[in-house]
Ligand binder design. Structure first.
Ligand code: ADP
Ligand code: MG
Length: 233
């Protein structure tokens, strides 16, 4: 059934990625080892060694956390959700981080329930990943617009930022494992998000131009709850 399908997809992705992950973790480990050698050779140390070592450790930590998302055993409960609730919770979760970066998150969810059928924690993960990227892109502050609307048999979710935008040549790389332009990035957030949206029979698209911000558009099938009782996250 659908649950098993999601599980086997998950294993497939994890298997495919194993080599890549090993490589990504080996780089910071090698660098850590190097710095430890420098330190133990009694070389005069200024705090920078520790700073670099700390940031390499953070990198490993981030990679491992994102991989856990894919591999830790979870109960994937498929149910009906008014996605407005899921998004409200996500925005609340990220609002403190946004405010710290002088960013406002503006919402327009419309008056009607936006029903989808899926795994709440995964959908939430997608929203978190995309909005976090928007926050991280907007180094000068500004506004993020989250717009959701039913269009025919789909729920359309748009997350628009006022960041620097993305070059055409970079756009193609988005969602590829380990593609990141950030010092402490993992380059796994979008890959995981694309996979989740795909598992939900959805689509995700990125519209962006250098200098004019970025819009992530997610389409998920609108699925009205036709069975009682209804769980609404
Ligand atoms: P990470 O955030 O760890 O770098 P992601 O998979 O979440 O990994 O994103 C991959 C890359 O895509 C980012 O490093 C960044 O270069 C680019 N990106 C994603 N979202 C945005 C955005 N809203 N604006 C500009 N660049 C973005
Ligand atoms: Mg990210």
């Amino acid at each position: 059934n659908e649950e098993l399908l999601i599980n086997s997809e998950k294993l497939y992705v994890a298997g495919q990625l194993a080599a890549g992950i090993a490589h990504e973790i080996r780089n910071p480990l090698t660098s850590l080892k190097g710095f430890l050698q420098l330190l133990s050779s009694g070389r005069k140390n200024n705090g920078t060694y520790y700073d670099i070592m700390k940031s390499e450790l953070t990198r490993i930590e981030n990679i491992v956390s994102e991989m856990l998302m894919l591999s830790k055993p979870q109960v994937y409960e498929l149910s009906y959700h008014d996605i407005r609730h899921v998004m409200r919770e996500t925005v609340t979760l990220l609002e403190t981080q946004a405010i710290l970066h002088s960013i406002q998150i503006e919402r327009d969810f419309g008056p009607d329930p936006l029903w989808i059928y899926g795994v709440e924690s995964q959908i939430k993960q997608v929203f978190i990943n995309v909005i976090k990227n928007a926050i991280e892109a907007m180094t000068d502050g500004g506004a993020i617009h989250v717009h959701m609307k039913r269009i025919d048999n789909s729920v359309r979710i748009r997350i628009m930022d006022e960041g620097p935008g993305i070059e055409d040549s970079q756009l193609a790389k988005m969602g590829q494992p380990f593609y990141t332009t950030k010092d402490k990035g993992t380059g796994l957030g979008l890959m995981v998000s694309y996979k989740i949206v795909d598992n939900h029979q959805g689509k995700i698209q990125v519209y962006s131009q250098l200098g004019s911000g970025t819009t992530f558009e997610i389409l998920l099938p609108f699925r009205y709850p036709d069975t009682a009782p209804v769980k609404t996250g």
